[in-house]
Design a protein around this ligand. Structure first.
Ligand code: UDP
Ligand code: MG
Length: 320
C-alpha cells in the first residue's frame, strides 16, 4: 500500500529552522516507512528562508518549496500548500517545531484506520504566553466556538486531512478563509490527538497584539453577522431610552417644572452620536469585507517553486 503523505509547512522568516525542521520530519517519516513529501511554503520571508528551502530540496527529492511574491499570511500559505500537495492525506504543521512532529505518525495511523480528519488539540498552550494573551485567546475561541458550534478553545492548525477533506477545502472559494474553523466546519469523520505546545527554539513569534486583534475580528465576522444585529439591538435600546426620557420631559413641560437641562442634552447627544458612529463602523466593516471578496483577488501569488509539485504552473518555474 503506497500512500503518500504531504506535510505542509508555512514558513515566514524561518531561516534558522528550515534545515532542522526538514531533517527532523523526514527522519521521522523515513523511520516509520511512510512515503512523504514536505512542502515548505515561503510566505514572503525577508531573510534567506527560500535559499534554505532550495538547499534542502536539492539534497532530498521529497522536499519541495513554493515561494510567494510577498507575505500573504499563514492561512494563504496553508492553502497554497494544500493546492500543490499530491498526497492521499496532508498534514499542516508549523515550521518552528512548536507542534511535536512525532505526532504526525500517530495522526497517520489514525488516518489509516479510516479517520478523515485528525485534529491536533492543545493539551497545554506553552509557557511563554502572558496572562493577557491567554485571556484574549480564550475569549476569541469561546466566541468562535459559539458561532461555529465547534469546540475551538483548544484547536490548532496542526491537523491531518484526508484527500476528500482537502478537496472540499480547496473548493471553498472564500478569500478570507479561516483554516482552523473551516476544516472542522466541512465535517467528515474526525478524531483528535492531544499535544503539548513546545517552546519556540529559534526566532520569535510573528504575531503582534495588533495582528492578533485583526485576525480575531476578521475571523469572527467571517463566521457571523451577529455584530450587525448588535446595531439593531443598540437602536432598540436607544428607542426605549428616548421614549422614557421624552415622556419625562413632556410631563415636566406640562406641569411647568421643565429643567434647563443643558448637561442632559449634551450627554444624550454625545451618546447617540457615538452609537451611530459605532453602528456605521460595524456595517462599514462588513461592506469592506464584501468588497474584498467581490474583487476576486487571489489568496496568494506564487513567484516560483522548487521540486516536483502537483498543479505546477508552466511559468514561472523555479525562479529565485
Ligand atoms: N507564518 C507564516 N506567515 C506569517 C506568519 C507566520 O507562514 O505571516 C508561519 C510561521 O513561519 C510558523 C507558523 O506560521 O511556521 C506559526 O507562526 P508563529 O510561530 O509566529 O505563531 P505562534 O506559534 O506564535 O502562534
Ligand atoms: Mg510558533
Amino acid at each position: 500500500m503506497d500512500q503518500l503523505l504531504s506535510v505542509i509547512i508555512p514558513s515566514f522568516n524561518e531561516e534558522g529552522m528550515i534545515p532542522k525542521t526538514s531533517k527532523t520530519i523526514s527522519g521521522l517519516l523515513e523511520e516509520a516507512e511512510i512515503s512523504y513529501e514536505l512542502i515548505f511554503v515561503n510566505d514572503g520571508s525577508t531573510d534567506t528562508t527560500w535559499e534554505k528551502i532550495r538547499q534542502e530540496a536539492s539534497g532530498n527529492s521529497c522536499v519541495k518549496g513554493v515561494n510567494f511574491s510577498r507575505n500573504f499570511g499563514k492561512e494563504s500559505a496553508i492553502y497554497a500548500g494544500l493546492f500543490y500537495a499530491s498526497g492521499d492525506c496532508c498534514v499542516v504543521i508549523d515550521c518552528d517545531l512548536q507542534h511535536p512532529p512525532e505526532k504526525i505518525i500517530e495522526m497517520y495511523h489514525l488516518w489509516e484506520k479510516g479517520y478523515e480528519i485528525v485534529e491536533g488539540v492543545k493539551h497545554s498552550r506553552g509557557e511563554k504566553e502572558s496572562p493577557a494573551h491567554f485571556f484574549a485567546a480564550r475569549c476569541f475561541y469561546k466566541i468562535i466556538s459559539r458561532l461555529t458550534d465547534i469546540d475551538m478553545t483548544r484547536a490548532s492548525d496542526f491537523k491531518l486531512l484526508d484527500r476528500k477533506a482537502v478537496n472540499a477545502l480547496l473548493n471553498i472559494r472564500e478569500k478570507n478563509a479561516f483554516f482552523r474553523a473551516l476544516s472542522s466546519w466541512i465535517g467528515f469523520k474526525t478524531t483528535s490527538v492531544e499535544f503539548d505546545v513546545r517552546e519556540r527554539e529559534i526566532g520569535e513569534t510573528k504575531w503582534s497584539t495588533w495582528s492578533l486583534i485583526k485576525y480575531a475580528v476578521s475571523n469572527i465576522s467571517s463566521f457571523s453577522a451577529a455584530p450587525m444585529q448588535i446595531v439593531s439591538l443598540l437602536g432598540s435600546v436607544m428607542l426605549l431610552i428616548s421614549l422614557i426620557l421624552g415622556g419625562i420631559a413632556l410631563y415636566q413641560k406640562i406641569i411647568g417644572t421643565a429643567l434647563e437641562g443643558f448637561t442632559t442634552v449634551i450627554i444624550i447627544n454625545l451618546f447617540t452620536g457615538s452609537i451611530i458612529m459605532l453602528s456605521l463602523g460595524i456595517i462599514g466593516y462588513y461592506i469592506s469585507k464584501i468588497y474584498d471578496e467581490i474583487q476576486g483577488r487571489p489568496k496568494y501569488i506564487v513567484r516560483g517553486i522548487c521540486g516536483d509539485l502537483k498543479n505546477t504552473p508552466k511559468e514561472p518555474k523555479d525562479v529565485l
